[in-house]
Design a protein around this ligand. Structure first.
Ligand code: GAL
Length: 464
């Protein structure tokens, strides 16, 4: 195999999020989040599991940083639990123990040569904001989020140079307010668009605060992480080609067009009528150009066909936006290999998506802030030989490397995930980690994929 080198200074990382790994759900003054509440509702989570303890990263972070050092990553993406810092979500009360926790983690990472990439919101909204203020449905949340962001920039910005405002606002809007499978568990065909609107404004206001008050002295960059699968037209008929395009616009352009172009995609404006809120001129000015890089979380590909006007039922995880608003039917090619999430392994879809984003947004710097897979890992003689995950990552990294050679400005790759963790509604039944976690003893064990990934990082190239 020809050597597949990555550019110098390529960002090599792994990713996690607060609720999925920390535990310590009520430790040292932390307030509850909507995920602490949602996991208590019978029937919502696989086997009633919760993130109360999760990987106990709250107590084992030093050990985790050592594992990262052994891996050789130069970046680690984690998120801050908003209610660990601001127990009721507002800056009226700052929890010093929460500040100290993240501050020590940041110091430990830097002391080990690892740059922190910090996500401000990875879905664990302070419960008080949901109960008392209607969460993301209330326009006030944009300012509340910007206040919280300012607290983080103030305490950590001297050392953190890479900020991600929101993780996957699509998931928050569609799974949280549309299909109700994630917290706060609401179902509606209009709330997702309202929640998304406020998520975008929250992002824009946080970026404004960063750029006006912190970036000039601290340096650093800020952006948003969007999730998007690739949508390949089922046939080359114009109707299917348009359907695939529409599906991508309802998925990622919903969030990225406002940030790069200052408006929602035309097909959403045309189809949603009053359900799609409007931005004021002032809001457009705030939004346009509000990301220094494009954060992309990418997992899979589906085939898209025009539904021919038939009503399409919303399917969980299946589509971008609400399916019935798009007239798109999705399916998988039966020849595709599936991960344990039933997501198809299609590396060429990653390539096509990267090109689509580069074309639509004028070739921005892109960081893959998540990519990886859940596989049926087995612990044998104290080891996990996860060749399926290794091949998955290898195939996607190969696609990434080729895309860079073709001129796309892909600057980094963060593998999801550093370790097995609480996989939302699937609880602990889906393992995404390159470190195996024994959820009884909380022991961490590097899998074969971790050993291989460390060689790739050391070589700055894809190795066998
Ligand atoms: C992403 C999410 C992560 C992780 C991953 C695997 O959507 O940001 O938290 O769960 O998917 O499902």
């Amino acid at each position: 195999m020809a050597t597949k080198n990555f550019p110098p200074n390529f960002v090599w990382g792994t990713a996690t999020s607060s609720y999925q790994i920390e535990g310590g759900w009520n430790a040292d003054g932390k307030g509850p989040s909507i995920w602490d509440a949602f996991t208590q509702i019978p029937g919502r989570i696989h086997e009633g599991e919760t993130g109360d303890v999760a990987c106990d990263h709250y107590n084992r972070w030093r050990e985790d940083v050592q594992l990262m050092k052994q891996l050789g990553v130069n970046a680690y993406r984690f998120s801050i639990a908003w209610s660990r810092i601001l127990p009721d979500g507002t800056s009226n009360q700052v929890n010093q123990a929460g500040i100290d926790f993240y501050s020590q983690l940041i110091d430990e990472l830097l002391a080990n040569g690892i740059q922190p990439w910090v996500t401000l919101y990875h879905w664990d909204l302070p419960l008080a904001l949901e109960m008392e203020k209607d969460g993301w449905l209330n326009p006030e949340i944009a300012d509340t989020f910007a206040d919280y962001a300012a607290v983080c920039f103030e305490h950590f910005g001297d050392r953190v140079k890479n900020w991600i405002t929101l993780n996957e606002p699509w998931v928050v809007a569609v799974l949280g307010y549309g299909q109700g499978v994630f917290a706060p568990g609401r179902t509606s065909n209009s709330e997702p668009y309202l929640a998304a609107h406020h998520l975008l404004l929250a992002h824009a206001k946080a970026v404004q605060v960063y750029r006006s008050r912190f970036q000039p002295t601290q340096g650093g960059q800020i952006g948003m992480s969007n999730n998007c699968d690739w949508r390949e037209p089922l046939t080359d008929s114009p109707a299917d080609v348009e359907a695939a395009q529409r599906a991508l616009e309802f998925f990622v352009a919903w969030f990225a067009d406002p940030v790069y172009h200052g408006r929602y995609p035309q097909c959403m404006i045309d189809r949603l009528g009053d359900r799609l809120p409007k931005f004021s001129e002032e809001e457009i000015a705030l939004l346009k150009g509000s990301s220094d890089f494009f954060g992309l979380n990418h997992y899979t590909t589906m085939l898209a066909a025009d539904s021919g006007g038939e009503v399409v039922q919303g399917n969980v995880y299946g589509n971008g936006g609400l399916s019935e608003d798009q007239d798109v039917v999705l399916q998988q090619d039966p020849a595709w290999e599936l991960t344990k999430m039933q997501w198809a392994v299609v590396p060429w879809g990653c390539k096509k998506l990267l090109h689509w984003l580069a074309d639509r947004y004028d070739n921005p710097p892109i960081i893959i802030t998540e990519n990886g897979g859940a596989f049926p890992d087995e612990l044998k003689d104290g080891q996990v030989d996860d060749q399926d995950r290794l091949q998955f990552v290898k195939s996607y990294l190969t696609a990434c490397q080729e895309t860079i050679e073709e001129g796309v400005q892909l600057r980094g790759y963060m593998l999801w995930s550093f370790m097995d963790n609480f996989e939302w509604a699937s609880g602990y039944s889906k393992r995404f980690g390159i470190h195996y976690v024994d959820f009884e003893t909380l022991e961490r064990i590097p899998k074969a994929s971790a050993v291989w990934y460390s060689k790739v990082i050391a070589a700055n190239a894809i190795v066998d």
